[in-house]
Design a protein around this ligand. Structure first.
Ligand code: TXA
Ligand code: MG
Length: 360
């Protein structure tokens, strides 16, 4: 299949591109589009046949439900049997924005979208082109991230093309996504709202509005808990090279460990902040991904950096952890998954991984 490409122009209405892309959606095809979090791979969310094409293009397991994207508040009414106060408060304070609510679904939501669950996930993105495109389609848009299943989500149109060229009808290119990690998913169907996936809206922002908010215990990587968002159980966001994530005090040891690995002749990827990057000499910086000093920048560049390592393919990647405050919770969730839970900690002066002494 030939994949159409539309370059969107900033501060312009891009009406023709949205209209042409929407024609494909109405014809039951898939089109990728930008949002403020990551690129989505959209199809008509009320057309089960169209939704199946999303799963095929991504190679996504079909027990993993999709998010329905809307372009205005009222669009949610037809998708649900009713919203409780927590769902309403989230809509009022955080939508449109980088948040998704899980609510009880109505009968018009196909099983292909909800993967047979009695609930549906709904998101109203803040990105102007996303909104205009969804409006032009005239239906809720089912959209997962526009990557091949298991790879880091795409945050620019070139990364979408790398995974989807030839498999989908088109790509709307709106440049880079500014948040860079996916939306926060909150299950609002129980008395206490629960974060199923940390993302663009932080835990702190949610507790300020909702009071008590739980975090799905499975997010800590404990195999005794099954994640409530089916997609969170899969290995994800993982580059092909092995990743070690240095957490807590171990985060300060990344430069020294990189030097040791370089001395052994390894090609070493270092994903770190500016202070750590400064400890490396020029010829130690060959596979450096330096995100500076601001965690918002790390969030917006993380997937690009991880995908870039699939192009350069170092022998090993040493990633420096950050604090879990604010957007840090989402960053650490994605980094832990990218590392396949290979976490390095510093205990009594020794670097440990799974209780053993760490050696690159
Ligand atoms: O920022 C985002 O949310 C992006 C953009 C494109 O909007 N979308 C996205 O979709 O990240 P996806 O499919 O990559 O991740 C959706 C997650 C999956 O982990 C899925 O299991 C979960 O949402 N999910 C969907 N419906 C659910 C439901 N009814 N109950 C629990 N989890 C659900
Ligand atoms: Mg995804």
């Amino acid at each position: 299949m030939k994949t159409c490409y539309w370059k969107l122009v900033e501060n312009s209405d891009n009406a023709l591109a949205h209209k042409e892309a929407a024609e494909f959606i109405k014809a039951g095809e898939c089109v990728a589009f930008p949002t403020e979090t990551v690129y989505g791979l959209g199809a008509d969310g009320l057309n089960a046949e169209a939704v199946k094409k999303i799963f095929e293009a991504k190679g996504r397991p079909n027990d993993n439900p999709l998010i329905l994207h809307i372009s205005k508040k009222e669009d949610i009414d037809q998708l649900t049997t009713g919203l409780n106060n927590n769902a309403k408060a989230i809509m009022e304070h955080f939508m449109p924005g980088p948040i998704t609510i899980v609510i009880n679904k109505s009968d018009i939501v196909p099983d292909a979208v909800s993967a047979g669950l009695p609930t549906v996930a709904v998101r109203w993105p803040a990105h102007k082109d996303a909104q205009d495109f969804i409006r032009a389609c005239g239906c809720p848009i089912a959209a997962p991230s526009a990557n091949i299943s298991g790879r880091p989500s795409p945050t620019n149109a070139q990364d979408v093309m790398e995974d989807m060229n030839g498999k989908i009808a088109g790509v709307l290119d709106g440049g880079s996504c500014n948040i860079g990690v996916e939306s926060t998913i909150v299950d609002t169907t129980e008395a206490v709202p629960m974060i199923l996936r940390p993302g663009g809206i932080t835990y702190e922002q949610l507790t300020e509005v909702l009071g008590v908010v739980e975090i799905d215990p499975a997010l800590h990587g404990d195999p005794n808990f099954k994640p409530k968002a089916p997609g969170m159980k899969y290995r994800h966001y993982a580059p092909k090279s092995p990743v070690y994530l240095f957490e807590g005090d171990a985060a300060n040891c990344v430069a020294d460990e990189a030097k040791k690995a370089l001395e052994k002749g390894m090609r070493v990827g270092v994903l770190c902040d500016e202070a750590t990057a400064q400890k490396l000499s020029e010829n130690e910086k060959l596979f450096l991904a330096n995100w500076g000093s601001n965690r918002e920048t790390l969030a917006s560049e993380l997937y690009y950096m991880l995908r870039d390592y699939d192009r350069t393919m170092p022998d090993v990647i040493l990633a420096q952890g950050v604090s879990e405050e604010g957007i840090g919770l989402a960053i650490m969730n994605r980094m832990r998954k990218a590392a396949g839970f290979q976490i390095v900690t510093l205990e009594k002066g020794s670097l440990l991984i799974n209780g053993q002494v760490f050696q690159v």
